[in-house]
Design a protein around this ligand. Structure first.
Ligand SMILES: Cc1cc2nc3c(=O)[nH]c(=O)nc-3n(C[C@H](O)[C@H](O)[C@H](O)COP(=O)(O)OP(=O)(O)OC[C@H]3O[C@@H](n4cnc5c(N)ncnc54)[C@H](O)[C@@H]3O)c2cc1C
Length: 512
């Protein structure tokens, strides 16, 4: 235990802004390590993009529907072990995804078993094996490096020391590939013009990295594209995604932490460049107060953080303004359009995989209803009444039109109809089989998660924004930390949990 938490000294007082998986994980870990933790969540429920809502007997996962990192040694497994709680029940996704390219009726199935997946891709993309072998080599080295908990990007001598300690001889194999994208690797291997392969990669990478193969950093892709196979894998949680938040909240409260819902942090209070607390408003009670803290963890998008800091005029302007400038220079982030359907089980084809991805037109963009990522519940998984099922279909969208439109309801209706028409090509969707339908847009995400303009999924994992060049967990204000999908290693419940663990370790390193 660090010196400031031992020997009868006062426990470190921590305020966490936001009860997404990032904030809850950081809060639970810190409470478990003896800190006095208070989490403030602006919404009525915790979980953010990994929360759920209920309608007419159906439970819908708001955003995240599948989870990585539950296997032994995986990040959720490690954190739940440290917290001394059981992981939620889950079933492996096999295939992790069934991908339908335009005009094709047989999907590319991303199998969980590595040999089965190798056979599938060799059949689907003849001649591409050197690319997959390169990914495997880079993944093994990167995964080993990552599992030794480097701090990325390192900013402080202690971070650098931690990072250097994670390097092994095999890590060096990744060095020549640090500045390459997937597009570069395909060209180097003579696969640059393989349209089916490139389109498949575009589709899958967009899910994990926000950007296509041409732009995604090769080292990021090596990990993202390898996580679906054993001994890692993707999992479908029993009940709903909410179970992840519920367990973290139970642990936080067990260890003396507090969670305040409907409590918005409106300002960060500092003194001489160091955080001293947060300004909180509870709109329902009209109560406004300053919560003092030795340390503040912001579970926000970096864009939201920049806005909060922009108001902190008493801080040294040069540090703040250069941070805000860095954020303003980031390429635009995506939003999502999502259709949530509660359907009769007869709408679902037999043996339907839990996750599917469709591209409708080679010429169109990925997203904007030209592609859909679809999650389907299965009987007994806790998401629907007997004889019914949920279908959740999402596509990436540009957020701007959703804010600029003069007729938002019509735009939403148009997207909804188009998505349901697309889905009807695979599912048996009629007025009789659709029991409930609802849609979410960037405006919905902005309203329920307070994410700036409703952007989702973090920073695109381009070479310029990945790893050493990413957004740091350290902020320009001492004692103020950033966790969540804007920081390394990126989006996903596993990614944000890693960022939370990293910050907890950095806080404790600083105390030593
Ligand atoms: C459509 C979609 C599908 C996805 N699919 C998957 C998937 O299958 N698997 C996967 O792992 N990931 C998936 N993701 C990504 C994943 O959901 C996110 O990366 C992750 O949940 C983000 O967690 P977070 O803690 O960083 O942020 P958030 O979930 O955004 O949590 C931040 C919290 O902070 C609160 N907050 C914001 N501002 C304030 C404030 N000022 N004061 C108080 N509280 C505040 C918000 O209400 C929110 O609860 C998906 C995302 C989307 C949108």
């Amino acid at each position: 235990m660090p010196s400031s938490l031992s020997g009868g000294k006062k426990p470190l007082k921590v305020a966490v802004i936001g009860a997404g998986i990032g904030g809850l994980t950081a809060g639970a870990l810190l409470a478990h390590r003896g800190c006095q933790v208070t989490v403030f969540e602006q919404g009525a429920i915790a979980g953010g993009c990994a929360s759920t809502f209920k309608r007419r007997g159906f439970t819908f996962d708001v955003g995240a529907t599948q989870v990585a990192g539950l296997e032994p040694g995986g990040i959720h497994h490690r954190i739940f072990s440290e917290l001394g709680i059981d992981l939620p029940a889950a079933t492996p996704c096999d295939p992790a995804c069934a991908v339908y390219l335009p005009g094709e009726t047989t999907p590319i199935q991303v199998w969980r078993n590595p040999q089965k997946w190798a056979a599938e891709r060799q059949q689907q993309f003849p001649g591409s094996e050197p690319f997959w072998q390169l990914l495997t080599t880079l993944f093994r080295a990167s995964w080993g490096f990552q599992s030794r908990d480097p701090i990325l990007p390192a900013q402080d001598p202690r971070d650098w020391w931690q990072l250097i300690q994670a390097i092994r001889p095999d890590t060096l194999v990744t060095v020549p590939f640090t500045l390459l994208t997937v597009g570069d690797a395909l060209r180097l291997l003579g696969l640059g013009n393989e349209r089916r392969l490139r389109t498949f990669l575009d589709l899958q990478l967009k899910l994990y990295s926000q950007v296509n193969a041409e732009e995604t950093a090769l080292l990021y892709a090596a990990t993202a594209l390898s996580l679906s196979q054993e001994p890692q894998g993707l999992f479908h949680l029993q009940g709903s995604m909410q179970v992840l938040s519920d367990r973290l909240i139970a642990t936080l409260e067990r260890d003396g932490g507090k969670l305040y819902l409907r409590s918005t942090v409106e300002g960060i209070v500092t003194e001489h460049g160091r955080v001293t607390g947060v300004k909180v408003r509870q709109p329902s009670t009209g109560k406004v107060w300053t919560e003092t803290a030795d340390c503040v963890i912001a579970n926000l998008t970096v864009q939201n953080l920049a806005q909060l800091l922009g108001d902190a005029s008493q801080n040294p302007p040069f540090k703040i303004t250069s941070f805000i400038h860095q954020v303003e220079k980031l390429p635009p982030a995506s939003g999502a359009f999502i259709v949530y359907l509660g359907v009769d089980q007869s709408a679902i084809p037999a043996n339907c995989p839990p996750h599917l991805q469709f591209l409708y037109n080679y010429d169109g963009v990925i997203g904007e209803n030209n592609s859909l990522f679809v999650s389907v519940s299965h009987p007994g998984d806790g998401r629907s009444p007997a004889g019914k099922a949920t279908i959740i279909a999402s596509s990436f969208v540009d957020v701007q039109p959703w804010w600029q439109t003069a007729d938002y309801p019509s735009l939403k209706q148009q997207y909804t109809e188009q998505a349901i028409a697309r889905l009807s090509e695979f599912f048996h969707l009629t007025p009789n089989t659709i029991v409930h339908q609802e849609a979410a847009t960037p405006r919905t995400f902005a309203r329920y998660t307070a994410r700036e303009q409703g952007i989702v999924g973090g920073i695109g994992q381009r070479v310029a924004n990945f790893g050493l060049f990413g957004i740091s967990n350290r902020t320009p204000i001492q004692g103020l930390w950033l966790v969540g999908d804007s920081t390394h290693p990126g989006e996903g419940t596993a990614g944000v949990s890693y960022s939370a663990l990293t910050v907890v370790r950095q806080i404790f390193n600083n105390l030593d």
